[in-house]
Design a protein around this ligand. Sequence first.
Ligand code: ADP
Ligand code: ASP
Ligand code: MG
Length: 835
Amino acid sequence: MSAAVEPAPLPSASAAVPATVVHKFGGTSVADADRYRHVAQLLLARGESTQVTVVSAMKGVTDALIELALLASRDDARWREHWHELRARHRGAAVSLLGEHAGGTVEWLDDRFDHLARILEALAVIGELPNEVLDRVQGLGEVYSAHLLGAHFRALGEDCAVLDARDVLVVDRGELGVDVGWETSAQRLATWRQSHPQSRVVVTGFVARDRNDRITTLGRNGSDYSGAIFAALFNADELHIWTDVDGVLSADPRVVPEAVQLETLSYDEACELAYFGAKVVHPQTMSPAMERGLPIIIRNTFQPGHPGTRIAAGATASGPIKGLTLSPDLAVLNLEGTGLIGVPGTAERVFAALRNAHVSVVMISQGSSEHSICCVVRQGEAGRARDALLHAFAHELSLGHVQRVQLTPGISVLAAVGDGMAGQPGVAARLFESLARAQVNILAIAQGSSERNISVAIDSRDATKALRAAHAGFWLSPQTFSVGVIGPGNVGAALLDQLHKAQPQLLSKARLDLRLRAVLSRKRMLLEPRAVEGDWRSAFAASTTPADLDQFTEHLLAARLPHAMIIDCSGSADVADRYAGWLAAGIHVVTPNKQAGAGPLPRFHAIRAAAAASGARFRYEATVGAGLPVITTLRDLVDTGDEVTAIAGIFSGTLAWLFNKYDGSVPFSALVAQARAMGYTEPDPRDDLSGVDVARKLVILAREAGRDLSLEDVQVESLVPESLRRSSVEDFMEHLHGVDAAFATRLQAARDRGNVLRYVAQLPASGPASVGLVELPASHAFANLQLTDNVVQFTTRRYCDNPLVVQGPGAGPEVTAAGVFADVLRVAAGEGARL
Ligand code: ADP
Ligand code: ASP
Ligand code: MG
């Protein structure tokens, strides 16, 4: 192979070191005039001194051309209609793209389409479709497409040369695909370059010429390979393959929506993934790049800022498996016979027979008993393959040494690929285990001795399920969550700070990546493509995007991370209305918001049902007792088969403090003012004194214990006098002294009986649930709490004489946020994080 030819020196590039980049745009990137415009702007914004752009046909055009040729060769008159449509689509694109400059291009297109019509007419006459003609026709889309982009550049005033690859690229179609005639191609390019020295070149993808000067193509999806070939011929520093996804993903995103983008891949890994069906890049693309150490970057035309996937030399292992692929439309061919045992050369005869029949073998597997040899072939070649084996082993079949040659159609191969699996035990076991759990039967197994790939043949009907199961089972790279936080107020802000601080440790120790990608307040939201790095406060303050929960949700899901989670630190009922939808879409929900847990029962049941159906988790530990493990304890009791007969406790840090302090020496209203000044109450202390918040917590616990309780069912004693319920906060504070006498009397009466006053929530074994001020003996557990401590007491079948008590500080943004965080980690652990 010759060295690639240097292009003639360019006037503009001669001063600086020329950085040459070859870009390839797939059909998905050039679907219509707008997209060509977008591509041109993207290219013009780049700084390389030589820019070579290889383009595919407009989306769907190759298929349309093949269809045209087939219709014409069957003399199906509809070809004319299709031909008109295709011409109109190209003319339309030219006019929209070039405006007043379109004339020449439309004329040029008309000429080409007339020529195409003549070929199609000839096909209709001969009534068949010779391969050479198909090759000639199917590559025309690239010729039109390159011309369009070139004309657009020129209309923008850019000097640009258009290279028809059929004029320079010479290839041979070998058994393993297409081989490039490097020397001839390089010479032809050098000659072409002499008359086309421009620094901007547009090249047709897909098409080439064979040694006999006949027009040919590089095979379906071959423009990626064209990109790599021209990168070699132009001696490029990098090849950028632009498509419609953020790079190579861990699996086909159409099958596994939670597939993750891979930041790096070795050439070998990329080859295996592509060979086994990752359509994002053509398998032959890697070889020209590999030989030259040329990096390939797969990136998204629609997200030019995204770094994409870098394919380059060297180990980039981060876990045993990088990606999983599916190859559909295959068949298993099994040669079985007792006479094969210990007979040398059987495998060789099988492969020789298949080779002679021009059947390519996708996968081979042979058990060590040598009783059978199994190979996987393409469905379209399966009949031919079986006949070839029947013929080759006719003698053994007649003697009974070979019992049968069996063909099973409708097969897919699932391949797990990664450099990191070499020398790592347990990788295959994990694959088989996840398939077994999903009840997928494996027909054949193969592992290359490079240990870069494990492939299994399965029934195509199981393929999607199998891919998803394996993907979920394998995800040994950090468990990554796309996280959105709603309500960055007191608790929300504390949580965001805690998250930020814990992140490095979680990533390194627990392999858990909690990526904060969205923050939403009532007015604004911040959506980050990857993650909010560093100081979330300033990033959020700088955002001007109006809050929109639909967009927020879409954004969280768009990342295709394995998991998504919304942490709702708002107190909003509207947000709670979204929970069921989020859970149904597989988004975990964690919240200290009491709206869902204590709100209308139908909504609560819908939320529970959505979580049960999708497997997404709904956690709300911090709704009761802030960071205390109240709900977790209750769940453990219920889950282990205990029965909760009664619940009682002090659920409000504010009310706990007020009655711990209230000894008659200071009037009750003065204590409230003190508590307010110290920040122990809500801004409006009536929110605490009304008892409704305590009642909500009781409802949440009751539901958790299995009772369908609603807020209306709870008898609530409000400590706010009727007359002060609707006035302003200031007015309320000013007139609160009116209650002092009544409280003093109540306290004295209690004391006379040796009792204390406490604001207690009660769910008795029978009778109504209530919250209110009660007298308790001075020796009671609730009578001896620290300051703002909360206490919850569970009486159960097991804990009947001596109830189970959870007690401790139950308020404050820090501990509440810690309670939320603990829920977040519980969800992560449930999804496989090693916490
Ligand atoms: P182009 O027209 O740009 O060549 P293709 O349609 O040929 O685009 O390839 C891109 C498509 O490949 C993506 O839209 C995606 O649906 C599919 N695909 C299949 N497997 C993968 C994978 N592992 N990673 C990324 N994309 C994949
Ligand atoms: N247009 C060709 C195809 O659809 C080549 C390519 O786009 O890569 O197969
Ligand atoms: Mg492609």
